[in-house]
Design a protein. Structure first.
Length: 228
């Protein structure tokens, strides 16, 4: 049975203008996983693809020093404004994944990346909020880059917390993270009804075998991967 995930930390006062990814079930599931982690004063946390800054602000409320990164200027400006409204100190940078933090290391990396399989006629990325979900034919255009690159910026004992859909091959993510030297597990799992984006792609998803004929929900998981 599908069920929704209720928010844990995200303040109701955060704004999300058009063109910025609005917090949804995957955000809230990731916030729950973050809530269980032992954040301490002075920990360095990186939020990749911050959107409106929800997860970054949650981490800052736990006492961490937080750097938030997004490729979209609108998301960067929104996160800065939400941090001010929430009275939380964040470093917010614009750029492609780890490019803005080259040479830095972190105790934790959070990411709710694009992971929705995208028909060939729609390349990864797109405009506005589409960049938050379009992820190539197999949904792995960004996931594979994170699996390859994030282990290099984690300190010993550091943790990656990342959301993804079962439609974008969870087992492949676990395998790639293990090959990169991390110890990955699935820490959280839930099922939600297909949203507007997936419903609009159902004919292609079913024709390509990614969704069964009577399937009407999506599996979401949180992958927790620790560096030894």
């Amino acid at each position: 049975m599908a069920y929704l995930v209720e928010p844990v930390c995200p303040p109701a006062t955060l704004m999300t203008p058009p063109g910025v990814y609005a917090p949804q079930a995957d955000t809230f599931l990731l916030a729950r996983a973050l809530h269980r982690e032992a954040l301490t004063e002075g920990m360095d946390v990186l939020d990749l693809g911050t959107g409106n800054g929800t997860l970054a602000i949650c981490a800052a409320r736990g006492g961490a020093r937080v750097t938030a990164v997004d490729i979209a200027w609108r998301a960067v400006l929104t996160t800065r404004l939400n941090a001010l409204r929430s009275r939380q100190r964040l470093t917010v940078r614009r750029g492609d994944l780890l490019t803005p933090v080259r040479g830095q290391c972190f105790d934790m990396v959070l990411s709710n990346p694009p992971y929705v399989p995208t028909p060939p006629a729609q390349p990864p990325g797109g405009r506005g909020a589409e960049r938050a979900w379009n992820a190539g034919r197999d949904g792995r255009a960004v996931l594979d880059r994170i699996c390859a690159d994030v282990p290099r910026v984690l300190r010993p004992g550091g943790v990656l917390l990342m959301a993804q859909s079962g439609l974008s091959d969870t087992e492949k993510t676990l395998d790639r993270l293990a090959r990169s030297g991390l110890r990955p597990t699935i820490s959280d799992r839930t099922y939600i009804p297909f949203g507007p984006v997936l419903r609009s792609r159902l004919p292609w998803l079913r024709a390509s075998g990614r969704v069964a004929a009577r399937q009407d929900n999506e599996e979401l998981v949180i992958i927790r991967a620790e560096r030894a």
